[in-house]
Design a protein around this ligand. Sequence first.
Ligand code: P6P
Length: 355
Amino acid sequence: MKAVKTLGQFIIEKQADFPYAKGELSRLLRDIGIAAKIVNREISKAGLIDIIGETGEINTHGEQQKKMDVYANEQFISALQSGGECCIVVSEENDEHVYIDSEISKNAKYIVAIDPLDGSSNIDVNVSVGTIFSIYRRKSDEGKATLDDVLQKGTEQVAAGYVIYGSSTMLVYTTGKGVNGFTLDPSIGEFCLSHPEISVPNQGNTYSINEGYYTHLPAGVKKYIKYCQVEDDGTSRPYTSRYTGSMIADIHRNLIKGGIFIYPATSQYANGKLRLVYECNPMAFIVEQAGGKASDGYRRILDIEVTELHQRSAIFIGSQKMIEKAEEMMAEFLPENAKWISGLNEKLNGVGQIN
Ligand code: P6P
């Protein structure tokens, strides 16, 4: 019978992997883990108490704010406030960054960007949802941390992870030395190491995209979808289509079994729907650390300049060979496609201007 290793024991054991003062990451992940357990408790009984449904509020993105979104956001911000390691929280649910102004946090060095409950519209129908988090160190050395401390490229992340509230509740994270997964054992209230050193297969046979938008997709994406659907034994096609409407569930499945998740620029979302700071960057860091790839169809996600808190990005993420095949097709239509991705012109090195 293998010994149970809890998240806390694992972090201390791997302390050397985190190049900063002893115990800081432990406390940050402890704080996030505590909030995740509380959110998990509420989600697991959401159908029984009056916490499903909408608050009637509209969040910063013009989307109906679900009660669980609000509850989860409060829990994570509260846990980070009392933990003392975090000086600013950026959340999908808050228009502005939240400065943690407390005695315990006055020397805090970390910025946490979080999507407290991604895919929350799925709670009402019992589909897996999740929390995504990204951790940076502030750039300034002293004084009140500012927005400038927050707007950092994905390559600057010191840790990232997600919690998936599914058939079991798992916390998956990286500090840049590989990816490990922990499953919550409700009987002891601890996240226990269940998926050590996760490695994404470099080729899979599952593709995840909302094909309902087909007519609104870039030409390169349309060509890739058709490629996935062709009968070809040599490349195990046609692939299987799996799209849950919950990015974490789709990406987690592909992380374990191989596959590709695409949310491209569309005619409705000219820069993609998903947010760079607290969705694309953390998931890209994790998938790259597991040996996969993540781009916007042209550029590595982690290299994209961050200019706004709620900036959106297209995302192609998962098994390396599948991303490369999709990028190959995107490149065929570069001038026509990329005009949808703002700021791409100046990034292209002589590939040709986009009108
Ligand atoms: P669509 C959930 O709202 C989310 O942010 C992701 O979790 C999910 O993959 C995507 O949006 C679903 O968007 O446009 O396909 O309904």
